[in-house]
Design a protein around this ligand. Sequence first.
Ligand code: ADP
Ligand code: ADP
Ligand code: MG
Length: 483
Amino acid sequence: MTKEKKKILVANRGEIAIRIIRAIQELGFEAVAVYEKPDARSLHIRLAHESVLLGDGPRCDYLNIEKIIRAAQAVGAQAIHPGYGFLAENPYFAKCCEDAGLIFIGPTSKVIADLGNKVVARQIMADAGIPMVPGTSNLSQGRKGLDEALAFAAAHGYPVMLKATAGGGGRGIRRVDSDEQMTSQIPTARAEALAAFGDDSVYLEKLVINPKHVEVQILADNHGRTLHLGTRDCSIQRRNQKLIEIAPSMVGKPALLEEICRAAVKAAKAAGYTNAGTVEFLIDRDYNYYFMEINTRIQVEHTVTEMITGIDIVRNQIKLAFGEPLAITQEDVRPRGHAIELRINAEDPKNNFMPEGGKQVLVYRSPGGFGVRLDGIVYQGYEIPEVYDSLLVKMTVHGFTWNETVNRCRRCLHNFVIAGPKTTIPFYMNIVEEPDFIAGDFDTSYLETHPQLFYYDEDKSDVSKLSKFIAEIHHRKHNPFSS
Ligand code: ADP
Ligand code: ADP
Ligand code: MG
């Protein structure tokens, strides 16, 4: 890269905006934050070199392509990092950046468009010989589509997955167990897909019973080289959304994992992939693996891969987008130990993970020490905006053995104090004591098959006792945040 100081606009908020700003600053570049009014007290604005208020929001301004490109031009930025969510997987946004002469930090708009469509992506992967579950292409409209669906179910058997072709973020996926359900679910699924993704296309996949979700982190430069950074297991999910992610996968079959990593590189090459991306697979109980999708962006859980490889993925994203060749080879990627990421969300697990937005963080005391990394947006006094997602802080813990890593997680959870909103901390305290988790034995049914995880007494946990105690003293002595 040239010596001239580069300026990068971060088109996102929350923890990922902060993560990206840190990487930009470590490269010696300037970071520009954007924000909506409900985020006016967000840390990402304070950490950036400069910031631009987009509007009142909520969400619509973070999604406003024209405003963001105008902001980038106004401050003289050369590149835009989209983070995850919002515009990150919008091919039209990437195209607008390209047309405006701005570097979009991600793959090309063409690749994002291809891979954002699950049916097109499956076709590319089928042509490349990547294993996948049987599935249909987009179902036709009306009676014809229902007949196609019933024929698929008759040929492959129930249960099947009805999926929104343009879906993402765990939404637009539903299990179908009978012809009756199929008849009623297709119109509902279409209506939901249209509302959520602006596209009512749906298709079917054979449902894999209680699979493990295993994914591979990819890095590819603009000069034809692609490598992988190994696997992550993201099986612990609620509503098809990830809660806990670990690296590497503990499936216990090194040859299978190597094969999956090779398949991921092949998949990325087949798609013409550049920059960082994630190839997602399912593994069934007989150790067959199936391609699921490619996410064309930085992933929430990238931290576990960074911890075990020592490779800064966001820094690499920026360098690759500016056209630098990969500085490392596949042989340089030497994963070490285990990492676990816990998404500490302002949610009530007992109440179906209901978001606790709108609350204020009265006390915040984070854990630290060897092998601990925190990526968050929280500070004492922070008012959690109601209008965005509920992720407060990601706690990523690294250890030499799995056992050491779980023990470190447990220790850190006991040291973590967040008073104000309910969080997922006491729920995770149960998980790190649970024998199957401790044995590294879990699949996507983990939460359903372990209902005991939802029994905890908030008042009796150390965190709760300590946080209540501190909150009371705080409130009585200073009463600083009451309004
Ligand atoms: P996956 O899409 O495979 O489930 P992630 O767990 O990395 O992968 O991300 C979950 C999804 O949730 C993202 O695709 C994104 O659309 C959405 N999401 C997560 N956090 C945020 C956020 N802070 N802002 C907007 N969208 C978010
Ligand atoms: P999204 O784009 O929303 O992340 P994915 O296609 O990656 O959607 O699927 C999200 C999750 O849904 C997976 O991690 C898995 O738990 C479940 N899932 C998706 N497809 C299947 C399938 N065919 N069989 C079983 N589970 C599936
Ligand atoms: Mg996915």
